[in-house]
Design a protein around this ligand. Structure first.
Ligand SMILES: Nc1ncnc2c1ncn2[C@@H]1O[C@H](COP(=O)(O)OP(=O)(O)OP(=O)(O)O)[C@@H](O)[C@H]1O
Length: 228
């Protein structure tokens, strides 16, 4: 599913040392992976490589048998729309759309994701409702102004948007940092249920190591790079 080989990444050509240097990282399909490491260790940088937002300075970043490092920006954008759902730390919801519209938007740029969504429900709106319900947002909130939702409610909308159309990879960058421990755990369990339902691999980043036991596998970015 994910296969990184001899990957280095420098933000600037003249940087003395790379921000990331990973000899090998293999993630199997369907795994729920907890990626952790101290602040500044490169977690978000790695997620940006996996999502094809940035490309490695050297090495291969292969996702679903496609080497993102040899693809054009346009191809990587299309690949991301078709195969990757992202839950951002600050959620990145569009404030002028309702929660329901925000979720449908998650598959607007991909025919593949739309087709997948329509396998589960008869319309995209119905599928968005199914996901919002499964992720714990009550129906009264579906057509509200997004700006009027609490942090926890916005997080559920962001997760439903990532999952619509069952992308093979879900990338979640510190999505629970604003929640208390109990809400964090229950939200993560809902994420796992959806990941299972859509057979998605989950890459979840957090500082909070107490969450580690909930996951199938944990990757410590510092030790990963020491394996060089
Ligand atoms: N756009 C950028 N331009 C230049 N350097 C950057 C950029 N973004 C991040 N960096 C640097 O890359 C390094 C890794 O940053 P990154 O955000 O990936 O770490 P992180 O582990 O996700 O940190 P945190 O846990 O604080 O979010 C840091 O030294 C940071 O200063």
């Amino acid at each position: 599913m994910i296969n990184l080989t001899n990957v280095t990444f420098k933000w600037h050509k003249n940087d003395k040392a790379p921000t990331l240097s990973i000899s090998e990282l293999i993630i199997k399909k369907g795994q729920h992976v907890f990626l952790h490491g101290p602040s500044g260790s490169g977690k978000s940088t790695l997620l940006a490589l996996l999502g094809g937002i940035n490309t490695a300075t050297s090495g291969d970043v292969v996702i679903l048998s496609q080497n993102l490092n040899t693809q054009s920006n346009t191809k990587r954008d299309a690949f991301r729309a078709d195969h990757i759902g992202t839950i951002f730390q600050n959620f990145n919801l569009l404030p002028y759309l309702t929660p329901l519209e925000n979720v449908v938007l998650g598959c607007q740029f991909s025919k593949i994701r739309q087709r997948q969504a329509l396998k589960h429900s008869t319309t995209l709106t119905k599928e968005a409702k199914r996901l919002l319900n499964a992720l714990g947002l009550s129906e009264q909130q579906y057509n509200k102004n997004v700006a009027e939702l609490s942090t926890g409610q916005q997080q559920r909308v962001a997760a439903a948007r990532a999952f619509i159309g069952s992308p093979e990879l879900i990338i979640a960058d510190e999505p629970t940092s604003a929640l208390d421990t109990q809400n964090r755990e229950s939200f993560i369990k809902l994420l796992f249920e959806q990941a299972k339902y859509s057979n998605s691999t989950l890459m979840f980043v957090s500082h909070d190591e107490s969450l580690k036991p909930l996951f199938d596998r944990s990757v410590d970015l510092i030790s990963l790079q020491e394996q060089l």
